[in-house]
Design a protein around this ligand. Structure first.
Ligand code: C2G
Length: 130
């Protein structure tokens, strides 16, 4: 059983998120998703996501290619999460390319190409300008 782990906020869930999770799942047998908590986002981006942690987990867990969600409470704990969930592969979008190479000592690290022309930030900007 090949276990894939990925991390993200997945706020205002969109097709770029779906593509990433679907392609991550296709690399193995089980997909586990570390969903960043509201507090982590507050520290990281200076604001809480528009969708709460509970709602984001509900949406992501509803996808047929996701087996389990867990809370990502700290960016620095990635190695611990990967070991705890016995990850064979860490998958991230290529906006993170190179950032997690040090985790190659824990498991394989794969960066997948981002879906162009869609982002949570852009959706917020478009809606705010209406
Ligand atoms: N993504 C993508 N294509 C897009 C937008 C996002 O492939 N058009 C991918 C990102 O590369 C990431 C995942 O979808 O792998 C989740 O994106 P975000 O919610 O923006 O995640 P982020 O806030 O970058 O959090 O520990 C790392 C963080 O938790 C990642």
């Amino acid at each position: 059983m090949k276990r894939i782990v990925t991390f993200g906020t997945f706020d205002l869930f969109h097709v770029g998120h779906a593509n990433l999770l679907q392609r991550a799942a296709a690399l193995g047998d089980i997909l586990l998703v570390g969903v960043s908590t509201d507090e982590l986002n507050l520290n990281k981006k200076g604001r809480k996501p528009l969708y709460s942690y509970e709602d984001r987990v509900k949406i992501i867990s509803s996808l047929r290619y996701v087996n389990l969600c867990f809370a990502e409470e700290s960016l620095e704990k990635k190695a611990d999460y990967l070991r705890y969930y016995e990850a064979d592969v860490l998958v991230m979008g290529d906006d993170w390319k190179g950032k997690f190479d040090h985790l190659k000592e824990v498991c394989e690290v794969v960066y997948l190409e981002r879906t162009p022309s869609v982002s949570t930030t852009e959706i917020i900007e478009v809606i705010s300008s209406k």
